[in-house]
Design a protein around this ligand. Structure first.
Ligand code: GAR
Length: 193
């Protein structure tokens, strides 16, 4: 029998994607979410993950960049894949090197447009609407040492209408994320060496 793969989710905010992914893999024979890593102690993702029985590790900026606390936990839990779901800090180089092609992120726009530092959450949707774009979407990509820069694994599009606000566009984007992100994670895991 194949060993169940272990996922670590990194999140900084509301955690609706984290919840969706945890639930998707709850009864899976392929993978399981072992742990949620969070840099914001009072983020709602902490409540969601704990409510679903997934342990949460909180870490500070100093611990992330200047200690081995996070990397040691990833190794101790034998994590196979790191999934960034609304996580807003760059991943340190030692983690990127250790998890070569084993860190993926979801971005709420069609990269390479509307990516980079400061482009997260509502900021992205505001910029897309301000530019009068007719479509937006999601990008799932591998993570490297830069913001929103690694190889693209998957994109899906949605229409942006004149009636859209950042809030309604966020809803459309979230719907795409909930639909596709767990399935793409699953296919990345199946193809993992
Ligand atoms: C998601 O829309 C995700 O694509 C975005 O943050 C949101 C988190 O929502 N990520 C970024 O903007 C990364 N640059 P959630 O906390 O409810 O899952």
């Amino acid at each position: 029998m194949l060993k169940i793969k272990k996922i670590a989710i990194f999140a900084s905010g509301a955690g609706s994607n984290a919840e969706n992914i945890i639930k998707y893999f709850e009864n899976s024979s392929i993978a399981k979410v072992k742990m949620v890593f969070c840099n914001v102690p009072n983020a709602y993702v902490v409540t969601r993950a704990s409510g679903l029985g997934v342990p949460v590790m909180i870490f500070s900026r100093d611990e992330f960049y200047n200690s081995n606390k996070v990397i040691n936990n990833l190794l101790a839990e034998e994590i196979d894949l790191i999934v960034l779901a609304g996580f807003l800090w760059l991943i340190p180089e030692n983690i990127i090197q250790l998890f070569d092609n084993k860190i993926i992120n979801i971005h709420p726009a069609l990269l390479p447009s509307y990516g980079g530092k400061g482009m997260f959450g509502e900021n992205v949707h505001k910029a897309v609407i301000a530019d009068g774009k007719k479509e937006s979407g999601i990008t799932i990509h591998y993570v490297n040492e830069k913001y929103d820069d690694g190889d693209i694994i998957f994109q899906a599009k949605c229409e942006v209408t004149a009636a859209d606000t950042p809030a309604t566009l966020a809803q459309k984007i979230h719907a795409l994320e909930y639909d596709f992100f767990p399935k793409i994670i699953e296919s990345v895991l199946i193809n993992l060496s």
